[in-house]
Design a protein around this ligand. Structure first.
Ligand code: SF4
Ligand code: SF4
Length: 648
């Protein structure tokens, strides 16, 4: 009956158990140093939710969904991943069959071998194609060093020698027991090659290939600590430890504990250190980083790689030698690197912790940011040239103020830019016009409103953020209302995900206005001359908070001809205004806003760029003017709607 013994044809096969124990000890020893490195980090404040985090790990790992956008190469990784999982489980099953109870015989054995052979073959195809991608097509990211090479070569050799063992065994046993069967199809050519050479040659080939297979398998296991194969252990660990929280929410730090961000590895938390080591140099972050793609020196991938290479946890990271200031300040915190990373390594949170130390401990920041942060401290908004009050824009509009009204349904959070900058005041006025048309019971905070400090926080000034958050929350708690709406995605994200306002619903103006139309309160007439319009997704509406549909629906309801840009929705490209970028003074050739405007204008004969963020409007209008792009208009979705209100 078809079957096989574990150490068939091998003398002293039991030695492999001793070798296996030795290899596990070596692996443990090598990982000990990694654990020491991680333990040099700060203790995690957040508690572990074992069940939810384990679910998150298995969902991400088994679905391999984080590789979704890598198309063919993602499928190749699935071949290798599932191929080796099946082979590993197969080896364990064989050991159980040999030592605990014999059940692998007859048809069960045939099916068992068929599955294992198919898995091995698919894994081999996967490795070959990944190898071709890296070394022939040269389209893979990351350094091509010996560790990268061995990460592909070692598993390949494990598979090849495994097939050699099976082929030579089948060549020896031509009788009933091990006769050629369809289940061994990958080794059929080898069996045919060895059989004419005779039983002795096949026996020698079998013994040689068996021991080589064992040796390479054990070497590959140790390589889990010293080659890129370490991702097999580190990525699941990192996926498990990823905090269960909304994307883009920053790690809270206790300033009272004298912690001001970090200048070295030991200032990161332990889970952050794991996530640095888990980076596989996939470069998805780099490909999608607006700073990198606009000629800036910042590459989130190289930031991660540089930190991986540091062996002394106390080495200062920011300076001319490792991470330059130019790299550090170039990040717009758009979150593309966080969203696209297949192992959730999250470079942007490391950048922000490094910024925190520069700003709060050293008082170091780009010169052009200083005025904005100073103005925030003194006047509660970043626009140091602004001379008006937060109520001036409401003149003649009969806008209710919370301090007088006390109780209302909706608080319209105007934001500094919407209240103080000419261009953006028009958007605030459009929203008020829409709210009044719908008869909404609303109010604004007016002069009681201060900046949410979304930008300041991402620029590194956590101190200012915490101070302002406390002030804003206590102001908001003085009034009775159930919903906050805002036309600024940065304020939206902060109010919704970072401030502690448990009893209040925070809505983006895109979602709220869409709801008003759905409830038939807001009646819109279609434009007589639909303009070619493309919608630019603001990062903190789209990528970070998943608001993609409503703004587009509003554009269409307003009657424009919507042309979807290639880089939109999850693949959108930042305007360059976030994370302090709006205060930067970029050199020509490195301006993200110009790169973005070019992308938006090169597709379709665009007449209007619609968006939903005051910073995007500022950045894109500047770019359109710099690029001398004719009469192209940049409009907020609220402005499009306000122009199309139906008469009552
Ligand atoms: S951070 Fe993520 S996407 Fe970037 S190189 Fe590392 S693994 Fe790849
Ligand atoms: S957050 Fe955006 S700008 Fe910053 S490193 Fe990541 S992709 Fe680049």
């Amino acid at each position: 009956m078809l079957s096989r013994e574990l150490f068939w044809g091998i003398e002293l096969g039991w030695i492999t158990y001793l070798l296996g124990a030795l290899v596990i000890a070596i692996l443990g020893y090598l990982y000990y140093f990694k654990i020491v490195r991680w333990r040099s980090g700060q203790e995690e404040k957040a508690s572990i939710h074992w069940k939810d985090q384990a679910l998150q790990l298995f969902r991400n790992m088994l679905s391999q969904r984080l590789l979704d956008d890598q198309k063919t190469w993602g499928i190749m990784h699935i071949f290798v991943f599932y191929g080796f999982i099946i082979l590993f489980l197969g080896t364990c099953t064989l050991m159980i069959d040999s030592h605990i109870g014999h059940f692998l015989f007859g048809n069960t054995f045939v099916i068992f071998k068929l599955i294992l052979n198919t898995a091995g073959l698919l894994a081999m195809i996967g490795i070959i194609l990944l190898f071709l991608r890296r070394y022939v097509l040269k389209t893979a990211n990351g350094e091509n060093n010996i560790k990268t090479l061995l990460s592909l070569v070692l598993p390949f050799l494990v598979l090849i020698t495994g097939f050699l063992v099976e082929g030579s065994r089948l060549a020896i046993n031509t009788g009933d027991n091990y006769g050629w069967q369809f289940w061994a199809f990958p080794v059929y050519p080898l069996v045919k090659l060895l059989q004419p050479l005779g039983r002795d040659a096949a026996t020698t080939a079998h013994a040689l290939s068996w021991w080589t297979h064992m040796f390479i398998s054990f070497l590959t296991i140790t390589a889990l600590a010293w080659t890129k194969l370490s991702h097999i252990a580190l990525v699941p660990l990192n996926l498990f430890y990823q905090a269960l929280q909304p994307p883009g929410r920053l790690r809270e730090i206790e300033l009272s504990e004298d912690y001001f961000g970090t200048e070295n590895l030991s200032g990161f938390t332990r889970t952050q250190l794991i996530s640095i080591d888990a980076c596989v140099s996939a470069g998805r972050c780099e490909i999608n980083c607006p700073a990198f793609n606009s000629g800036k020196t910042l590459s989130p991938r190289t930031i991660m790689e540089k930190m991986q290479k540091i062996s002394n946890s106390e080495t200062t990271l920011v300076g001319d030698d490792i991470i330059t200031e130019e790299e550090l300040w170039a990040c717009t915190t758009c979150g593309a690197c966080q969203q696209k990373c297949p192992v959730l390594s999250n470079p942007v949170e490391k950048i922000i912790d490094l910024r925190r130390y520069q700003v709060m401990a050293l008082g170091n920041m780009p010169q052009t940011w200083q005025g904005a942060l100073m103005s925030l401290q003194r006047r509660g908004h970043p626009w140091n040239a602004a001379t008006r009050s937060r109520l001036d824009w409401t003149k003649g509009m009969d806008v209710p103020v919370a301090a007088e009204k006390k109780q209302f349904d909706v608080l319209f959070w105007v934001g500094c830019t919407g209240a103080l900058i000419d261009r953006n005041i028009k958007v605030s006025q459009a929203i008020v016009k829409l709210l009044q048309y719908c008869g909404i019971d609303f109010a604004i905070l007016g002069n009681e409103e201060s900046c949410t400090c979304h930008m300041a926080r991402r620029a590194g000034d956590e101190f200012l953020y915490q101070e302002m958050a406390e002030k804003n929350c206590s102001t908001l708690n003085r009034y009775a209302f159930h919903t906050i709406i805002t036309a600024c995605p940065h304020c939206y994200h902060t109010l919704k995900n970072e401030y502690k306002l448990p009893d209040v619903q925070v809505l983006s103006h895109a979602v709220y206005l869409r709801e008003l139309i759905e409830k038939d309160l807001l009646k819109i007439k279609t434009a007589a001359h639909p303009e070619n319009t493309t919608y630019h997704d603001p990062c903190y509406y789209g990528r970070i908070n998943g608001i993609y549909e409503q703004p587009r629906e509003l554009c269409e309801l307003a009657g424009v001809k919507l042309i979807e840009n290639e880089k939109s929705r999850e693949n959108s490209f930042c305007c360059g205004g976030g994370g302090g970028g709006i205060w930067s003074d970029d050199k020509p050739g490195t301006r993200i806003f110009e790169t973005r405007a070019k992308q938006l204008l090169e597709q379709g004969n665009i007449e209007t760029i619609a968006t939903a963020c005051p910073f995007c409007i500022t950045m894109l209008e500047t770019a359109v003017s710099n690029l001398e792009a004719g009469d192209v208009k940049v409009k907020d979705i609220a402005e499009l709607l306000a122009n199309q209100i139906q008469d009552r």
